[in-house]
Design a protein around this ligand. Sequence first.
Ligand SMILES: [Cu+2]
Length: 134
Amino acid sequence: MKTIFSSAFSMVILALALSACSGDANQPSNTTEAESAAANGFTPAATVPAKPHKTDTVIIKAMAFSPATITVQKGDTIYWINQDMVAHDISQYPDRKWHSALLQPGDHYVQTFDDSSSYFCSIHPTMLGKVLLQ
Ligand SMILES: [Cu+2]
């Protein structure tokens, strides 16, 4: 009788011990979801906000670019619009490495910049402009 009781008591202790073990396994870890994601090579969008590229406008009017110097971030786009009464162009200064077509009044030209650049109007070389990378 004593042996059976002792044996039953041991079983209860064992069951409690097992239940404690499985309880530990279900404990939440100290690692957050974001940390786990980063460890897996996935960067949550919230920690690296997207930097959208923007478009800046330069107006061509009264034989001048306005603003004459424009500061942009790498990858930004510049939109020139000819609001003058005569045709102009946008040409890299001094070699015309890049340039627009002839822009009649009302025409526009768009270019994206990865580097600073000076430019001018090849028809009216005194018209100078500058794109500076921030
Ligand atoms: Cu011009």
